[in-house]
Design a protein around this ligand. Structure first.
Ligand code: F6P
Length: 548
């Protein structure tokens, strides 16, 4: 890289240069040596807050590295940007908006004062109570047994990830409908799903901030057709009893046919990928009840306070953001693997991929200039134990450096005295053992093993693959809330250092438009003349196949 974008120009240039000089040495470090040299390395480079422990000691850095990175953050004006975020300033400057997802989880909302956040939460609570208590009835008078969330991107990934992660945390009354998620525009999820469901007892939740996303609207149309076929002549009742809408655009929901009483709102100032705290979280509340949902918000608020108040030496999002910048911009590690060692977190990698890559996959800075350094790394992931049998080969013996992120819960959280749950507890420990063994081998390489020195090269482990391990004390709504907020703020910290806007997504907006013209080309061939040779030929091939 040729230098981080500058804020206090001279200070930032000096901090950047100091880091590059330091990286010149760090490139020769091996994690096995760093551990051998410093018995206190874990104590110096780990931190816990809000029920989360972050261990950075397996990263290729030392306390001096973090000092220097903090120097860069100061020069880049991180403190001013943090104030701006929490004062509701226009941190999303390309869309002229604040980003106030953190406001959704502020406690102590006063009665009597005008407060749309509180009002929408209360509205959502009434719906949740009606659904969970069996009072919400289908158009034939049946209680709801199945809820289908139809949404995509931020209107799918957050609720899906959290609902699956927390499915063991039943609401107080123990009742809940089965929950399904449909996102893919091709019908491959919704068609077989509807085949299995009973229309009389199914409730569809249309989740879309813009209420224009074609993926969601095409699935919504299929669901509506299915219900209308099941109950011909009852169009009004079908819409009234079987559809809820969640959006920032009430007029569009009404136009589509969502009854006003069935509309839940959120606002422009909540980014799609930051929206699980809003009424977009309805599926989460149906999974864990409103008390559980409030716990999730409380955990995120704990982390908000930590981010605002903790000194940077002990500030989890700041440190995580700085470590990622170190890996990417100074050690040139351009890939990161997200590896939850807990099947309940199986949707965590997809959630993080959107959060980070849609937020920070940018190349134009605040001054409208193209940046000449990397911003977001390429991020991918999978449940760790499964990934061990898939792509860990590359992590251990491939040619690429990859920063790894291990995430696990220290306690499973079930009653260990129950005989029938014993195997689950044992399996949880087995999984944690794998997690620790893998991060150790990746860091130390052969030196983690009893090696007789006679091992052929193809059986050797280079090591020095850096990783962070994040442990939740337990996978509870509160700790998951803190974990998600940690990542949100980390993304913000990185964006400030890179001088980019993490709250817009112009790169994907066009995708919502360009397909429209292509549909015409596929259907009639009309407009294909203006296309490039590849697209024209592919469209022609598809047309020929479809008409054969
Ligand atoms: O893919 C782009 C995007 O705008 C995401 O940011 C968003 O989460 C997703 O589409 C869904 O958008 P909406 O909630 O408006 O349907």
């Amino acid at each position: 890289m040729s230098g981080i974008p500058l804020h206090d120009v001279d200070a930032a240039r000096a901090a950047d240069q100091a880091l590059r000089d330091h990286a010149g040495q760090a490139r020769h470090w091996h994690l096995a040596d760093l551990f051998a040299e410093d018995a206190e390395r874990f104590q110096r480079l780990s931190l816990s807050a809000c029920g989360l422990l972050a261990d950075f000691s397996k990263q290729r850095l030392n306390p001096e590295t973090l000092d220097k990175l903090r120097g860069l953050a100061h020069a880049r004006g991180l403190d001013a940007w943090m104030r701006c975020l929490f004062e509701g300033g226009e941190v999303n400057w390309t869309e002229g908006r604040a980003a106030m997802h953190w406001r959704l989880r502020e406690p102590g909302r006063e009665e009597g004062k005008d407060d749309p956040v509180r009002d929408q939460l209360a509205r959502m609570e009434r719906m949740v109570t009606r659904i969970l208590s069996g009072q919400w009835r289908g158009c034939e008078g049946d209680a709801i047994t199945d809820v289908v969330n139809v949404g995509v991107g931020g209107s799918d990934l957050g609720p899906l990830m959290a609902s699956v992660a927390l499915h063991e945390h039943r609401p107080a009354n123990g009742q809940r409908p089965r929950l399904h998620f449909v996102s893919s525009m091709d019908g491959s999820q919704i068609v077989p799903l509807l085949d299995e469901l009973n229309p009389a007892t199914t409730l569809i939740v249309l989740s879309s901030k813009s209420f224009t996303t074609v993926d969601t609207l095409s699935n919504a149309a299929t669901a509506r057709y299915w219900l209308e076929q099941a109950f011909p002549d009852r169009n009004g009742a079908v819409l009234r009893c079987h559809f809820i809408g969640v959006s920032a655009m009430p007029e569009r929901m009404s136009e589509w046919g969502i009854h006003e009483d069935n509309q839940l709102l959120f606002w422009e100032w909540v980014g799609g990928r930051y929206s699980l705290w809003s009424t977009i979280g309805l599926p989460i509340a149906l999974t864990i009840g409103m008390d559980g949902f409030r716990e999730l918000l409380a955990g995120a608020h704990d982390l908000d306070r930590h981010f605002r108040e903790a000194p940077w030496e002990a500030n989890l999002p700041v440190l995580m953001g700085l470590v990622d910048v170190w890996n990417l911009n100074y050690l040139d590690i351009t890939a990161r693997a997200v590896l939850p060692y807990d099947g309940r977190l199986k949707h965590w990698p997809a959630y993080v991929e959107q959060l980070e890559m849609e937020s920070n996959g940018k190349s134009v800075d605040r001054d409208g200039e193209l940046v000449d350094y990397h911003t977001c790394p390429v991020i991918w992931g999978e449940v760790g134990p499964n990934a061990q049998h898939a792509f860990y080969q590359l992590l251990h013996q491939g040619t690429q450096p990859v920063a790894c992120e291990f995430i696990a819960a220290a306690r499973h959280g079930l009653d260990g005295n129950s005989a029938e749950l014993r195997p689950l507890e044992e399996q949880h420990s087995l999984t944690l053992a794998n997690c620790l063994a893998q991060s150790r081998l990746l860091a130390l390489g052969d030196r983690a093993l009893d090696d007789d020195g006679d091992t052929p090269a193809y059986k050797r482990y280079r090591g020095n693959q850096p990783s962070t391990t994040l442990l939740m004390d337990e996978l509870t709504p509160r700790h998951l809330g803190a974990l998600v907020a940690l990542y949100e703020h980390k993304v913000f910290v990185q964006a400030v250092l890179w001088g980019i806007n993490p709250f817009d997504q112009w790169g994907v907006e066009m995708g919502k438009k360009i397909a429209k013209d292509m549909i015409r080309v596929l259907e009639s061939g009309e407009g294909s003349d203006g296309l490039d040779a590849s697209t024209r030929a592919l469209a022609g091939y598809i047309r020929a196949q479809q008409s054969s």
